[in-house]
Design a protein around this ligand. Structure first.
Ligand code: PRX
Length: 627
């Protein structure tokens, strides 16, 4: 439910955070706080989590955040000391221009400092921190029982071998290596081997008979020592093509030094990492979440992780929780789409497993509707695990808005507050910063170390996409609301906003109202041309098992939306959608749904659709008349 607006504005400090008033998170812990005065309910961090947390209170978070934004060079400079640098940064620690009217956009952290990210996440853990025998990954295949594990020492040996293989193939620093592999330890090995020899990895493509070679044949002959290639902190580390949910994919370029600092630091604080943790991020390594929180972030911290090749519904829908119990997973990170999928099957597949090891749960990738948040919290986390709803992008390298488990009182559906070094603002259409309670464009005012540096081969596209609309700011492309307590709520991509008779509605808000109905597992809403309203709502709904699509259900859904949001949001079309077009990372492709609603078969680039067969099904079952 949308919290009521209050007629008063609250004072914000320089970083867009509310000044602390009344009870702080550190004083009211481990309990649900009622939504008095129309406020969304909030959950304070459980005392047992706060007690041992790196950041144990909201007060401490505020102090650290203030310093990170006011003194970014000193804040990140201290963190940089924890890494190995062959040569320290000889010049300014940070230089940048965010303003297109003043010249070329550039961001440089620690330029001239020399390091190697693979050396930092492997050699140092093995040789200096003596973690050689610690398990880096428990690998679990799609078939239960298919498992292996790999220690830090074994990982280092394999990475050195594969680095030698790559060098023997003539790969040199600055070359680009495309990798196409399933979720197996060899994929991590291949990425790190590229990083070790200074080649850029880009994870894509299919087998090519003429060019491709067999892993085991090459590895047999390779030596197991390999001197790293020493790189500038600003040398490129990898290229990752964005999912293409809104247009032609862009090659996002991240660099060695800043990315290393940022993913290591976000991993440590956002998951409140401790040495005994077993971490599990279910994301595919081919996506940024996998790069940052399967590979680089956990390894930089010397963590043990689960690497899962399978899917959450095989051999049955309790697979995730059986794996949690098997490896005693303490921190679990997944996408709202997976949570909604599993919610459809009820509580029993979850509760039949103990899950007693779980301490922190996370989500990423899209707004999590409060319904799914509450289920995740109540059923999966048994009401004792904080949920970190992490907002970020391929472009940002790591988390941007997120709770910290021991410090931040949570509100279901809100990514809460900015991470260290992040200065958010909300702008109106004219580019003015809005204070207090407000809704508009989410932008960032200054660089953080993990920000992308360019679009591969097209710097102009980088400037146009992220910096032209509002000079002086990085523009996320997301809409956002800040509530009376200073919490940030992502309302969805700006291109996903709907304008019905002059009223702006966010797709996330309508979808959230739909999935609150017990029959609906997932919903996607798009705008559709309407002669009177300008735009009307066309909704696609996926039903839970055991429910049938009927005129009665359509009426109930319309009523639900009228009650939750208002009559203006009443949909004109509701289509039954047994499946929705999604990218392989689980993001709903609303661009494609908009075309389906209009019976427009000119779909543009659909190379990233996970299951193209759902598109033809939806075309052939379109709603032809207003319901
Ligand atoms: O719209 C936001 C949504 O996902 C977009 C970034 O997608 P991608 O680059 O594929 O990266 C996904 C993994 C970081 C954002 O612009 N998004 C991501 N996380 C959240 C979110 N929307 C709301 N809440 C989130 N926690």
């Amino acid at each position: 439910m949308r919290p009521q607006r209050r007629p008063r504005f609250q004072e914000l400090d320089a970083m867009g955070l509310p000044e602390e008033r009344g009870r702080s998170g550190s004083e009211s812990r481990g309990q649900e706080e009622a939504g008095a005065g129309g406020r969304a309910r909030s959950w304070s961090p459980p005392p047992e989590v706060s007690r041992s947390a790196h950041v144990p209170s909201l007060q401490r978070y505020r102090e650290l955040h203030r310093r990170s934004v006011e003194e970014p060079r000193e804040f990140w400079g201290d963190i940089a000391k924890e890494f190995y640098w062959k040569t320290l940064c000889p010049g300014p620690f940070l230089q940048y221009n965010f303003d297109v009217t003043k010249g070329k956009i550039f961001i440089e952290w620690m330029k001239g400092a020399i390091t190697n990210i693979c050396y930092n996440v492997l050699d140092r853990n093995v040789h200096e921190k003596k973690l050689g025998d610690k398990v880096a990954f428990y690998w679990e295949g799609n078939e239960p029982g298919e498992t292996t594990q790999i220690t830090y020492h074994e990982l280092l040996v394999q990475v050195c071998q594969f680095s030698n293989v790559l060098r023997k193939q003539g790969i040199q620093k600055g070359d680009r290596v495309a990798i196409y592999m399933p979720m197996i330890p060899e994929l991590v090995v291949a990425m790190l081997a590229c990083a070790r020899i200074g080649a850029l990895h880009s994870i894509v493509i299919s087998w090519n008979q003429g060019i491709d070679l067999w892993w085991h044949e090459l590895m047999q002959e390779a030596g197991d020592e390999c001197e790293p290639e020493w790189c500038d902190a600003e040398d490129p580390l990898f290229i990752l093509y964005t999912s293409g949910s809104t247009g032609k994919p862009k090659g996002v370029v991240h660099t060695v030094g800043g990315y290393m600092l940022y993913v290591a630091t976000t991993f440590k604080y956002v998951f409140d990492f401790h040495a005994a943790d077993v971490f599990w991020c279910t994301a595919d390594i081919g996506w940024i979440t996998g790069h940052s929180y399967v590979t680089y972030g956990p390894l930089a911290n010397g963590a043990t992780s689960v690497l899962f090749e399978g899917i959450p519904t095989y051999p049955d829908v309790s697979r995730l929780w059986s794996i949690v119990d098997k490896y005693k997973v303490t921190k679990f990170y997944t996408a709202p789409t997976a949570i909604r999928l599993l919610m459809k099957f009820g509580d029993e597949p979850v509760t039949k497993h103990s899950r007693a090891s779980l301490q922190v749960l996370g989500t990423v990738g899209e707004p999590i509707n409060p319904e799914a948040w509450l289920w995740y919290h109540r059923v999966v986390g048994a009401q004792r695990c904080p949920i970190v709803d992490t907002f970020w992008q391929t472009e940002t390298g790591g988390h941007m808005l997120t709770p910290l488990p021991g410090a931040t009182p949570m509100k279901p559906g809100s990514a809460t507050f900015p991470f260290f070094g992040v200065a958010p603002a909300i702008l109106n259409e004219s580019g003015e910063e809005l204070e207090g309670e407000a809704e508009g464009y989410l932008v960032f005012k200054q660089p953080w170390p993990g920000i992308m540096r360019t679009v591969y081969g097209n710097h102009e596209r980088f400037e146009t996409t992220y910096f032209k609309k509002f000079p002086g700011y990085y523009v996320t492309g997301d809409g956002c609301r800040r509530d009376q307590d200073g919490y940030y709520w992502i309302t969805g991509r700006i291109d996903d906003m709907l304008n019905v008779s002059g009223h702006l509605l966010s797709t996330a808000e309508v979808e959230s109202a739909l999935v609150e109905h017990e029959a609906v597992a997932e919903a996607a809403v798009v705008g559709h041309p309407h002669p009177v309203k300008g735009e009307c709502l066309y909704c696609f709904v996926t039903l839970c098992d055991g429910h049938n699509f009927s005129p009665k259900l359509t009426e109930e859904l319309k009523k639900q939306i009228r009650e939750k949001i208002g009559p203006i949001a009443t949909p004109d079309y509701i289509q039954n959608a047994p499946g929705l077009p999604k990218t392989r990372s689980g993001k709903i492709m609303r661009r494609v749904l908009r075309k389906i609603a209009q019976n427009d078969h000119d779909l543009g680039d659909t190379s990233t659709v996970a299951d193209p067969s759902v598109i033809s099904h939806l075309f052939s079952h379109r709603c032809l008349t207003i319901q």
